[in-house]
Design a protein around this ligand. Sequence first.
Ligand SMILES: [Zn+2]
Ligand SMILES: [Zn+2]
Length: 316
Amino acid sequence: MIVRFWGVRGSIPTPGPSTVRYGGNTPCIEVLPKGEGGPLFIVDCGTGLRELGLNLMGRGLPISANIFLSHTHWDHIHGFPFFIPAFIPGNKFVIHGPVNFNERLEDIVSGQMKYSYFPVKLDHMAADIKFVELKESSFEIEGVKVTTQYLNHPILVLGYRFEYDGKVMVTEYDTEPYQNMFQGAQEDDMDDLLFGGGDDKANIDQEAHDEADPIVAEMNQRVIEFARDADLAVIDAQYTAAEYPSKIGWGHGTVDDAIRVATQGNVKRMALFHHDPTRSDDALDQFEDHCAAELLRLKRPDIVMFAARERLEISF
Ligand SMILES: [Zn+2]
Ligand SMILES: [Zn+2]
């Protein structure tokens, strides 16, 4: 399996002197499950897709690919209108993405190509483009097993697990750990003091909290199991542990969450991904140092953890 990173940044492209080493393009990952010459998979259509498109044009026509969208937030689709191969007749693309309850996947992706936003409509792209809406499922494409799983983000997000010939690559980003939303009695004590409510309310809240706890733990365990034994897992590490408390509910995790998934899921390699727009190259170097120190402390120096950077190629 060959994996190439074309965009690793979250939220918005960040060109500039402090991001030249890791890159400023938004998410786009090329996956060749059967190696060079085999089927082409593309995960997400951030601005990294533009460069991948130019690179593909240099490899010869026709081009066909299965594209997998984690979700349709801007930073994961805004490279698509600039994907040159989609304008060329004879090329074929199947765009997979999570089902949305209000709108069709095709309408969401093409919505950014209305004349108010962009001069060319999706209909005018000359390649054969099809859309497939996914829920949690498992299926095969050209002999490659694809499994999807929902993650924890403000809209439905899918993680992908690609398996071929004993090799496994997993994506789990635009996600944060599931939280128990029911406060326990302890937190409520202050409420009771200020607003009344008494012991009954505290007991009910504590009961709800205790009931939810194992469910939350199970959902977090599912995220770990989805990455189990992966040769490469690409994981959301947008924040530091210190930054996270003011970002809870924004749908992104921390470097330490990534370390937990890597160690408990026994992955071989883990790429920290969806770098915060404010994260400089030097800060990402420090993320790698932090991971190395933590993995030593946890007696797992066998796990390779690194910050994903543009143009990095990994084969296994
Ligand atoms: Zn994102
Ligand atoms: Zn998102």
